[in-house]
Design a protein around this ligand. Structure first.
Ligand SMILES: [Zn+2]
Length: 361
């Protein structure tokens, strides 16, 4: 999957690429095969997916004109697996997760055969798919109060196949995977100017472990050193390592307002409660805010609003874990580790960017 090449195929309405991928249009909520005869969408509104199932998990619907599913359903096995996908999605909002045994009985294949065919056709294992659907149903419940525009906006901004990434433990580095103070861990860091001031980004080879703001490089480096006293710190020089470069690009696109949903791996130490709060914060949509009490209630700990506030305050990965989206119930900003002024600016910028994106599309 190469975005440039996919886009080229869309521009040329390349029939030869039908069945190789589909593209979703976030402004219409529809996904198409490359050769779709409809008017060409703007590049910025297009997302590519290897499999239709991924587009559907992102909330997109098949286009009625080009019928993207027909291209992949010439094979009867594909049709069977696809109907199984629908079955999973319909039965994933509550109760126990579906087991491989149940699924194989439902579709009439042996567990082994099902596992293999499913992976080949959908791109993930049945279990991963079940989990993705459960997560989606869960998030759907959280968001049931939202307007349709917002729902489309939300659904459209998932980037290809990231929905699966979100379900494994992207921020779930367990405490035991870390030694005290980052011993035996090597952290690359760089400081860059951002729209909200000087920002230092630190990362291990597994994910971001430090995104913070400060007045000077010196101050930031001290903060990093204090956080990980035993780690080996190394300034990242240009050209950045590929992975690090991608993370930095995503961060700066996000800060510019060009990439509402940020879904980067995080490598931090935390308590189970902190993880729970931080993970939930990542599901608060771009440009929205919630109160500490709302967060506490939604994660099933209604009495823990103060603990939620503490978990926000102990965040070390600003922006990526968007603790700035949590404020007091009375509308006051509450606290922010990197200053209330910065929190205000972040919230305002997100609202403005979102309004701009929605009205120009
Ligand atoms: Zn179409």
């Amino acid at each position: 999957m190469n975005d440039e090449r996919c886009w080229e195929a869309v521009v040329n309405k390349d029939k030869g690429q039908d069945g190789q991928f589909v593209f979703g249009v976030i402004t219409t909520g529809v996904y198409c095969r490359p050769s779709c005869p409809s008017r060409r969408p703007l590049r910025k509104n297009v997302r590519f997916y290897k499999f239709p199932a991924e587009a559907e998990l992102d909330g997109l619907h098949p286009c009625r004109r080009c019928r993207p599913l027909v291209a992949v359903e010439v094979d009867p096995m594909s049709a069977r697996i696809r109907s199984l996908c629908n079955y999973i999605c319909r039965n994933s909002d509550g109760g126990d997760p579906l087991t491989l045994g149940q699924l194989s009985r439902h579709v009439g294949l042996s567990p082994f055969h099902l596992q293999r065919s499913f992976k080949a056709i959908v791109g993930v294992t049945p279990r991963q798919y079940v989990e993705a659907c459960r997560l989606k149903a869960f998030k759907g419940q959280l968001r049931s109060r939202k307007s349709i525009t917002e729902a489309i906006y939300e659904a459209g901004f998932g980037s290809s196949s990231r929905v699966y990434g979100r379900i494994d433990t992207r921020m779930g580095m367990t405490p035991t995977q870390y030694r005290a103070g980052g011993k035996d861990i090597s952290i690359s860091y760089v400081s860059v100017e951002s729209p909200v001031g000087l920002m230092m980004v630190g990362a291990t080879n597994r994910g971001l472990c430090f995104v913070q703001f400060g007045e000077s490089q010196h101050e930031l480096l001290e903060m990093l050193r204090k956080e990980y006293p035993a780690a080996t710190l190394e300034r990242m020089r240009q050209p950045y390592a590929e992975q690090f470069r991608l993370w930095m690009e995503a961060l700066s696109r996000h800060l510019r307002g060009d990439q509402p949903r940020l879904d980067l791996p995080i490598d931090v130490r935390a308590t189970a409660f902190q993880f729970k709060v931080w993970k939930y914060l990542q599901s608060i949509p771009y440009g929205e805010v919630q109160s500490y009490t709302e967060v506490a209630r939604t994660i099933g700990r209604p009495a823990a609003a103060r603990a939620v506030a503490r978990a926000c305050a102990s965040n070390r990965v600003a922006i990526v874990i968007p603790c700035h989206r949590v404020i007091r119930g009375n509308g006051e900003l509450g606290g922010y580790r990197w200053g209330l002024e910065r929190k205000r600016v972040l919230i305002d910028r997100e609202r403005a960017a979102r309004a701009g994106t929605l009205s120009s599309s």
